[in-house]
Design a protein around this ligand. Structure first.
Ligand SMILES: [Zn+2]
Length: 1154
C-alpha cells in the first residue's frame, strides 16, 4: 500500500500552537513563527524595578583545546581518514566507493533568499507595547488568596463555577441525562455549572459554532440550556423501577455470564451487523444531533410503558421500521421488551429493537444469550439517541465561546479545547498551560478510590498563546532571585498569605511561615493585601517567569547559548531519494530563522554539521576558511569529535562557508553505494560536540534505515507481527537494547535534545531508535516511503516548524502541591532520575507532560488544593529562567461535585497515555480490559452514588462524562491497542510516542477525528461547515468530506458527486479521473476550490504537524484506510462500534452494581 496510514504530518508553518483550535493565524508569510515567544515579554506596567528586560545572555567562550579524546594522537588509528581535508580537494568518504568530486562546488553568490518567509523581521506576536499587561480596573478586584467565593468576583464576568452540590441540582443534572428516570426539580444546568450564556453568538474566528442549522441555539428565554432539555419531563414520569419489564433484558442477568474476553476470538459473526441494517441516508432524515434533543420528551411517555416504538424512532427512519424487531417473535426465553433503556441526557432515545441476547455486541463477547443458536435479531440503539460528540462540542461553543475565560475563580472548569475562547489570567494558569481531569477533588482518598476518577493535570509549560493573550511576564529580582518558601521551596505566588503587616508570609503549600526579604517588603492594605499586588505578576497572575540567578545554573555558571547540530544520513537511500539535496537546500535558508529573543538582532544559537553512513563526517565551517573542511571519523566504536574550533559556528559569521558546504554535500555523496548506517555513534557525536562546547542544544538527525553497521547501538530486525495478541507483544514496544537508555541519560545530563526525522522504506525499529528522542524531550517525525514529489512539502513544513519553534533547554520541571495531595506519576517525553523532577534536555512549545496526583492526607473544602508547576530552563539565547504556573482547585465531600466538574477530554488524554505506557509491560488485552474496567467503575460509582434511583435497565451517564464511552472506545480501537492488518510495528511505536506528548486538543482530534462536509461549506463565509459524526452512515454519496485527525487529512469523494463539483475541486471532468495520488489539491480559480483549500490551510495551521493529504474515492481501495477513521463504526481490526460499545459498558456497569 503506498499510503502509509500513520503517516504523520507536519506542522504547518508559522503556526500557532497546535492545541489552539480555531485560531485564525495570520498567514505564514513573513513570520518566524509565533514561537518567537520570549521575546514578547511585555514590559511590565508596574513601578517595580523588577521587570525589565533581562540581562544579556552570557557570551560564549569557546574552549581552546580539543577535547581530550579528539587530540590528534587518537587520530593515529585512523590517520588517513582524520586529516582535515579541504573540500576543494575532497576525498569521498572512505566507504562510499564513489570517486571524489573533482573540485568543490563554487560558492553561491550572495545570501540565499528564503522566499517563503517574506520579511523575516515581521513578528508574529504582539508588539511589546501591546503586550502591556492590562491591569484590572478597580472594579474587578481579584482576591487570589481568598478562596473560591464567587461573591468576590467582579460582576463583569460570568461565573461558570459550579455551585455547591445539592440534591436538587444533582437531580437536575441527571434529569438532563435520563429521561423518565429522575424526579428532577428544576433549576438549571447543574450538570455543567454554567449559567445561561449571555450571548449565543460564538466568538469570531474561524472555528466557531457553525452548526446553526443543526443545533438550536439556546437562548435565555428558552430556559435551561439544551443539555437539560428534557429535565422537566421526567417529573411527571413514574420511576422506571415501577416498570421492571422494560429493563430486564440485559445480558448481565443471563446466568453464567462471564466478562467478555475483549480481545480474543472475535469472530465477525459475533457482531451485530452494525452496518447491515438498512438505513436511510443521513442526508434524507433528521438525525441531526440538535434535533434529537427535542425527541425524547415527546416520545418519552410512550417508550416505557408501551411496546410500540416511540415516534421518534419511526420518524426519522423511513426505511424498514427500525423497531420492527420489537414486535417480531420474541426470543424464546424472554418476553418482548419495549426498549432498551439507554437513558442519556437530553438527546436520548430508545432502542431500535429488543436485544434479547445482546449478541456479542462487543468484540470478544460471546453470545450472552441463553441459547447458543443463531444470533438473535440484533437490537440496535438509535445512533442519534446516544451522546454525540458533535453536539457536545457545538453546545460548548455556543455556551462558552463568546465570553473570555477569566481565571480568577478557584476550580472553574474551562471551556472545551474545541471551543474558541480567550483567556484572562486573574490568578490561575490558563487552560492552555494546564488542564485537569477534574476541577473538584475529593477530600479523601477513599472517595477518590471509590470514584476511580483519575486526578491528573495535563501541563504544557511553554504553550504558545494566541496574539490577543499576554505572554507570561518576566520578573527579575536581581541577585537575590525569586522569593520562595523556606521549607517546601514553592515560589511566590498569588496564594501566599502575607501576615504581620507584610513582614512574613505563610506558604499556601506547606503552611510554613517565611520572612519577607527586606528588598521585597511591602505594606498591606486594609484587606491584608500587599499594596503592590497589581504591580507584581507573581502576586496577581497565574503564570509568570522569574529570571534565574546563577544558583539555578549547572556548576554555578550561567549557560552558554545552545547549539543546533544537523546530522544527515548520506547513505544510498537518502541520496537516491533526493532527500540529502532537499535538506541541504532547505537549510541554506532555514538557518536564518533560528529561534531568537525578540530584542536580539540575530539568533544566539550556533550551528554545526555532520553527515554519516557507517562512518561520520564532521565539517569545519569556521568563518575564516575559504572552503569547509571535512574530517572523517571511521572509528565509530569510541566516538569523539575531531574538532572543536570551527564546528559550532554563528550562522552569519560563517555564512559563505556554510553555504558552500550545503552546496557540496549532495555532490560529494551523489555516487555513494553505501547502504549501511550507524545510529548511536551519531547521537554520541552530537553529544560530545555539545559537551566540548559546554552548552545545551538540539540534534536534528535525518535517518533512513535500521542501523545494522558494526557499531555501538547496532540493531537487528526483530519485527514480528505474529507477536500481536500474545504475551510477547509488549516486546515490540520495548527497545531491543538498553544501550539507548544509557545514551539518553547522558544526553539529558548535557541538555542534548534529539529530534529525529525518519524516512524508512522498511522496518527500522522506531521503538529503539526513538528512545533517546523520547527521553530527551525531542520530537520524532516519520515519512514512510518518502517520495520527493508527494512528501517534500510535508517534511519541509515539519522541519521549518521544528527548527523555529520555541524551545527551552536543560529543563527541569517540578510540580508542587498543597498538603493532602502530591504528584505521583508522570507521562510524557522526559527522563526522571528521582521521583519528583521531570528532566528534559529540551522542552518545546508543543510538548505536554501529564501528571497524576494521589492523596496523602485529607483535603479541606475550605482551602481547596493548589498546584504549582515550576519549569527551570535555558532560553534560546542562553538565559536561565523559571516559568511558574499556578492553579487552584476545589475540594469536595460529595461525589456529585466531582462528577460535575470533570473534563472528559482531559480524562481521555490521561487514560490514553496511561494505556500507551501500559503496553510496555502488559499484554495489550490486559491494558484494554483495565481501561474498560476503570471507566465502568467510574460510571458505576456515579450511578450508585449520584444518580437518583431508577431502573437498572437505564444507562445513566454524568453530564460531564457522557462522551466517555465513545472516546474510550476510540482509544481502545486505536492502532496501538488494536492494530489492523495494515498497521506496521513501527507505526504503532511511533503513534505511541506521539500520543504520550500530546495535549488535550491533539488527543481529542486524534482519537475522534473531525469530519466536515465540504460540499456544505459556505463559500462566502470564513467559517467551517458544521462537523458531523464519524460514521459511514453519515456520508452521502453525493458529497465530498474532509476528515482530519492531526496527522492526516482525508478528502473523501462520493461516487455520485456532481460533475461540476469535481471539476471545480480537482480540475478533471469525472469521478474516475480523480487521481488519488494527489498530495495537494490543485489550485483552481473558483469559489469552491478556494474555500476547500482555505479550510485545509486553516486546519494545517491549527496542528503542530503538517498533515498528510490523502484523496479517497468512494469504493476505491483506499477507502478502507479512510474507514478506519470512522470511529463510531465497527472497525476492521475488531473494534466495536460506538453503539455496541455503549451497550457493553452498560453491561459492565450493571455487573458492578449488582
Ligand atoms: Zn512551603
Amino acid at each position: 500500500m503506498s499510503v502509509n496510514q500513520q503517516a504523520h504530518t507536519g506542522p504547518p508553518y508559522g503556526q500557532p500552537q497546535p492545541g489552539y483550535q480555531g485560531y485564525q493565524q495570520p498567514g505564514y508569510g513573513g513570520q518566524p513563527l509565533p514561537g518567537v515567544p520570549h521575546s514578547q515579554y511585555g514590559t511590565y506596567n508596574g513601578p517595580m524595578p523588577g521587570y525589565q528586560q533581562p540581562v544579556p545572555p552570557q557570551g560564549y567562550f569557546p574552549s581552546l583545546g580539543f577535547p581530550s579524546k579528539g587530540s590528534p594522537v587518537s587520530l593515529n588509528s585512523d590517520t588517513s581518514s582524520l586529516a582535515p581535508n579541504f573540500i576543494g580537494s575532497l576525498r569521498a568518504p572512505p566507504t562510499s566507493g564513489a570517486p571524489p568530486p573533482a573540485s568543490g562546488a563554487s560558492l553561491p553568490s550572495g545570501h540565499p533568499v528564503y522566499s517563503q518567509f517574506g520579511q523575516g523581521d515581521v513578528q508574529n506576536g504582539i508588539p511589546a507595547s501591546a503586550a502591556q499587561m492590562h491591569r484590572l480596573p478597580a472594579s474587578q478586584p481579584f482576591l487570589p488568596g481568598s478562596a473560591p467565593t464567587p461573591v468576590s468576583q467582579p460582576s463583569t464576568f460570568q461565573q461558570y463555577g459550579p455551585p455547591p452540590a445539592s440534591a436538587q441540582q444533582l437531580s437536575n443534572q441527571m434529569a438532563g441525562m435520563t429521561i423518565g428516570s429522575t424526579s428532577a426539580s428544576a433549576p438549571p444546568p447543574a450538570g455543567l455549572g454554567y449559567g445561561p450564556p449571555t450571548s449565543v453568538s460564538p466568538v469570531s474566528g474561524s472555528f466557531t459554532a457553525t452548526g446553526s442549522g443543526v443545533y438550536t441555539p439556546y437562548t435565555s428565554s428558552q430556559g435551561p440550556p439544551p443539555t437539560s432539555v428534557s429535565q422537566g419531563l421526567p417529573l411527571a414520569q413514574p420511576p422506571f423501577s415501577g416498570q421492571p419489564i422494560s429493563t430486564q433484558r440485559l445480558p448481565t442477568q443471563v446466568p453464567g455470564f462471564a466478562p467478555p474476553p475483549s480481545s480474543t476470538g472475535i469472530g465477525p459473526s459475533s457482531y451485530p451487523p452494525t452496518t447491515g441494517a438498512p438505513r436511510p441516508s443521513p442526508m434524507q432524515g433528521p438525525p441531526l444531533p440538535g434535533q434529537t434533543v427535542a425527541g425524547p420528551p415527546t416520545s418519552q411517555p410512550n417508550h416505557v410503558s408501551s411496546p410500540p416504538p416511540p415516534s421518534i424512532m419511526s420518524g426519522p427512519h423511513p426505511g424498514p421500521p427500525p423497531m420492527s424487531g420489537l414486535h417480531g417473535p420474541p426470543p424464546p426465553t424472554h418476553p418482548p421488551q419495549p426498549g432498551y433503556q439507554m437513558q442519556q441526557n437530553g438527546s436520548f432515545g430508545q432502542a431500535r429493537g429488543p436485544q434479547p441476547n445482546y449478541g456479542g455486541a462487543y468484540p470478544g463477547t460471546p453470545n450472552y444469550g441463553s441459547q447458543p443458536g443463531p444470533p438473535p435479531p440484533p437490537k440496535r440503539l438509535d445512533p442519534d439517541s446516544i451522546p454525540s460528540p458533535i453536539q457536545v462540542i457545538e453546545d460548548d461553543r455556543s455556551n462558552r465561546g463568546s465570553e473570555p475565560f477569566v481565571t480568577g475563580v478557584r476550580g472553574q472548569v474551562p471551556p472545551l479545547v474545541t471551543t474558541n475562547f480567550l483567556v484572562k489570567d486573574q490568578g490561575n494558569a490558563s487552560p492552555r498551560y494546564i488542564r485537569c481531569t477534574s476541577y473538584n477533588i475529593p477530600c479523601t482518598s477513599d472517595m477518590a478510590k471509590q470514584s476511580q476518577v483519575p486526578l491528573a493535570a495535563v501541563i504544557k509549560p511553554l504553550a504558545t498563546l494566541p496574539p490577543e493573550e499576554t505572554l507570561p511576564y518576566l520578573v527579575d529580582h536581581g541577585e537575590s532571585g525569586p522569593v520562595r518558601c523556606n521549607r517546601c521551596k514553592a515560589y511566590m505566588c498569588p496564594f501566599m498569605q502575607f501576615i504581620e503587616g507584610g513582614r512574613r508570609f505563610q506558604c499556601c503549600f506547606c503552611s510554613c511561615v517565611t520572612e519577607v526579604p527586606p528588598h521585597y517588603f511591602q505594606h498591606l492594605d486594609h484587606t491584608g493585601k500587599r499594596v503592590d499586588f497589581y504591580d507584581r505578576p507573581e502576586l496577581s497572575l497565574g503564570s509568570y517567569e522569574f529570571l534565574a540567578t546563577v544558583d539555578y545554573c549547572k556548576n554555578n555558571k550561567f549557560p552558554s547559548p545552545p547549539a543546533f547540530v544537523f546530522m544527515i544520513d548520506v547513505s544510498y537511500n537518502a541520496v537516491k531519494s533526493g532527500l540529502v539535496r532537499l535538506i541541504c537546500e532547505e537549510l541554506k535558508s532555514l538557518l536564518d530563522y533560528l529561534p531568537r529573543e525578540d530584542d536580539m538582532e540575530e539568533s544566539a544559537i550556533r550551528v554545526g554539521f555532520v553527515t554519516y553512513n557507517k562512518v561520520l563526517h564532521f565539517y569545519n565551517v569556521k568563518s575564516s576558511l575559504a572552503q569547509p573542511q571535512m574530517m572523517v571519523v571511521s572509528d565509530v566504536a569510541d566516538m569523539f569529535v575531531p574538532l572543536l574550533d570551527g564546528f559550532l559556528v554563528n550562522v552569519n559569521e560563517s555564512r559563505t562557508v556554510i553555504a558552500s558546504l550545503l552546496d557540496q554535500i549532495p555532490e560529494m555523496f551523489a555516487d555513494t553505494r553505501e547502504t549501511e548506517t550507524v545510529f548511536a555513534p551519531v547521537i554520541q557525536a552530537g553529544l560530545e560536540a555539545l559537551k566540548a562546547a559546554e552548552c545545551a542544544g538540539k540534534l536534528f538527525i535525518f535517518h533512513t534505515s535500521l542501523p545494522i553497521a558494526e557499531a555501538p547501538g547496532k540493531l537487528k530486525n526483530r519485527d514480528d507481527k505474529k507477536l500481536i495478541n500474545t504475551d510477547k507483544e509488549k516486546t515490540l514496544f520495548q527497545p531491543q537494547t538498553s544501550f539507548y537508555n544509557n545514551l539518553a541519560k547522558d544526553c539529558v545530563a548535557q541538555g542534548c535534545c534529539v529530534d529525529l526525522f525518519l524516512f524508512p522504506n522498511q522496518y527500522l525499529d522506531v521503538a529503539t531508535l526513538g528512545v533517546v528522542t523520547y527521553q530527551t524531550g525531542g520530537s520524532i517525525y516519520k515519512y514512510a516511503y518518502f517520495q520527493l514529489e508527494t512528501d517534500q512539502d510535508r517534511f519541509l513544513n515539519d522541519l521549518r516548524r521544528d527548527v523555529q519553534k520555541e524551545v527551552g533547554f536543560d529543563a527541569v520541571m517540578r510540580v508542587r502541591t498543597s498538603t493532602g495531595i502530591r504528584a505521583t506519576d508522570f507521562f510524557g517525553a522526559f527522563y526522571m532520575s528521582n521521583t519528583t523532577d521531570v528532566e528534559m534536555a529540551g522542552l518545546d512549545c508543543d510538548k505536554t507532560i501529564t501528571v497524576e496526583f494521589k492523596h496523602d492526607d485529607k483535603l479541606s473544602e475550605d482551602s481547596g488544593a493548589l498546584l504549582q508547576c515550576a519549569l527551570l530552563y535555558t532560553s534560546c539565547a542562553g538565559q536561565r529562567r523559571l516559568r511558574i504556573h499556578n492553579l487552584s482547585l476545589n475540594c469536595c465531600t460529595q461525589l456529585a461535585d466531582l462528577y460535575r466538574n470533570c473534563e472528559t477530554d482531559t480524562l481521555i488524554n490521561y487514560l490514553a497515555k496511561y494505556a500507551y505506557r501500559g503496553v510496555l509491560n502488559s499484554p495489550v488485552k490486559t491494558v484494554r480490559d483495565t481501561l474498560i474496567n476503570q471507566c465502568a467503575q467510574i460510571l458505576a460509582c456515579y450511578r450508585k452514588n449520584c444518580a437518583s434511583p431508577s431502573s437498572a435497565g437505564q444507562l445513566i451517564l454524568p453530564e460531564c462524562m457522557k462522551l466517555l464511552p465513545v472516546y474510550l472506545n476510540c482509544v481502545l480501537k486505536s492502532d496501538v491497542l488494536q492494530p489492523g492488518p495494515e498497521v506496521t510495528t513501527d507505526d504503532r511505536a511511533y503513534i505511541r510516542q506521539l500520543v504520550t506528548s500530546m495535549d488535550v486538543a491533539e488527543t481529542n482530534v486524534f482519537f475522534y477525528p473531525r469530519l466536515l462536509p465540504l460540499t456544505k461549506a459556505d463559500v462566502d463565509s470564513d467559517s467551517l461547515p458544521a462537523a458531523i459524526r464519524n460514521s459511514e452512515e453519515r456520508l452521502s454519496k453525493g458529497d465530498i468530506y474532509l476528515l482530519e485527525n492531526g496527522l492526516n487529512i482525508f478528502v473523501w469523494v462520493g461516487v455520485n458527486v456532481q460533475q461540476g463539483l469535481i471539476q471545480n475541486l480537482f480540475g478533471v471532468s469525472s469521478f474516475s479521473q480523480i487521481s488519488n495520488a494527489l498530495s495537494t489539491l490543485p489550485v483552481l480559480e473558483n469559489p469552491f476550490s478556494k474555500k476547500v483549500r482555505s479550510i485545509v490551510d486553516m486546519l494545517q495551521v491549527q496542528r503542530s504537524r503538517y498533515m498528510k493529504l490523502i484523496i479517497v474515492k468512494q469504493e476505491d481501495k483506499l477507502e478502507m484506510l479512510f474507514k478506519h477513521f470512522l470511529v463510531e463504526d465497527k472497525s476492521l481490526s475488531g473494534g466495536a462500534s460506538y453503539v455496541d460499545f455503549l451497550c457493553h459498558m452498560h453491561k459492565e456497569i450493571r455487573q458492578l452494581l449488582s
